[in-house]
Design a protein around this ligand. Structure first.
Ligand code: NAD
Length: 289
């Protein structure tokens, strides 16, 4: 079992740190929020007073922070503290440029670093069933893998540093677009007089099927239980979908890629969030159709 520093104990990080502690690791946990620290203590982690304290003497340092600027700031504070033998594992969803820059800075100091963003929301973080998409060298991936396996159901090497973030934004751009297309299809089906459950039964085993249709149907009482059955509460907040779409649009611009469907999804989620729906599950956009 290892000594692990865990920084960022919010909705996602809280459950992830708890799972590492459950597996028997010695988890030194830090967050700016006193409530988050208290929850981590209850979950079997040792709360500490700073990121530096969490990282000092750790074999692995896991970060789960809101955005690139938080990761860059925390990493900067850790350089000189983290032993060169330690591995830095950033599980936050951040821009590719920052992911690459912090990895290069860490490697320049002799440390290993990977980006390892996740798929799966708060429920998967709590249950230890996240999917990790990892960017880094084959050697660093092999070192990060056992820690990530203790928090997830799948750990997949995506390529060099930054590739984890690239997969994450392409995946979530696809998710945003398929969700809106699925919502449109249900809205049209109803206007054409179809029973939504019947449409689901057929489309979810036909060529229209996707995760948004089959596993996350955006209407109550249709398909498996989803946030639609709970008035679109819980699940994956519109504000987080919008964050990921903005990251994808910025990356597409930098790469000179044409993303007309992704751009439209970003535009529609911008409008939905601006209408005060940022906390609502992203499938709630069906209410606008
Ligand atoms: P959150 O806001 O609940 O948690 C972030 C935590 O980081 C907060 O507790 C905050 O106090 C802490 N923090 C911020 N700056 C800090 C610092 N300098 N030092 C220590 N702690 C600091 O966010 P979340 O929902 O847990 O998301 C975390 C990351 O995971 C984000 O990058 C998000 O995009 C990604 N993500 C979230 C979900 C989801 O469903 N919530 C799903 C996949 C990926």
């Amino acid at each position: 079992m290892a000594r692990i520093g865990f920084i960022g104990l919010g909705n996602m990080g809280g459950g992830m740190a708890a799972n590492l502690a459950k597996k028997g690791h010695d988890v030194r946990a830090f967050d700016l929020s006193a409530d988050a620290l208290a929850r981590a203590e209850t979950a079997g982690c040792l709360p500490v007073g700073s990121a530096v304290e969490a990282a000092d003497g750790a074999e692995a340092i896991v970060t789960m922070l809101p955005a690139g600027r938080h990761v860059a700031e925390v990493y900067e504070s850790l350089f000189g503290v983290v032993a060169p033998s330690a591995i830095l594992i950033d599980c936050s969803t951040i821009d590719i440029e920052t992911a690459k820059a912090v990895a290069v800075a860490a490697q320049g100091r002799g440390m290993a670093a990977v980006d390892a963003p996740v798929s799966g929301g708060i429920a998967a973080a709590n249950a230890g069933t996240l999917t990790f998409m990892v960017g880094g060298s084959a050697e660093d991936f092999a070192r990060a893998q056992p820690y990530l396996a203790d928090m997830g159901k799948a750990v997949i090497h995506a390529g060099a540093n930054g590739a984890g973030q690239a997969v994450k934004m392409c995946n979530n751009m696809l998710l945003g677009a398929t969700m809106i297309a699925t919502c449109e299809a249900f809205a049209l089906a109803q206007k054409l007089g179809l029973d939504p459950q019947t449409f689901y039964d057929i489309s979810s085993v036909s060529s229209g099927q996707s995760w948004s249709m089959t596993s996350y149907a955006p209407l109550p009482s249709v398909g498996p239980e989803t946030p639609a059955d709970h008035d679109y509460q819980g699940g994956f907040a519109t504000a987080l979908m919008l964050k990921d779409l903005r990251l994808a649009m910025a990356a597409a611009k930098d790469a000179g890629a044409q993303t007309p469907m992704g751009s439209k999804a970003a535009e529609l989620y911008e409008a939905f969030a601006a209408d005060g729906q940022g906390a609502v599950d992203f499938s709630g956009i069906i209410r606008t159709l």
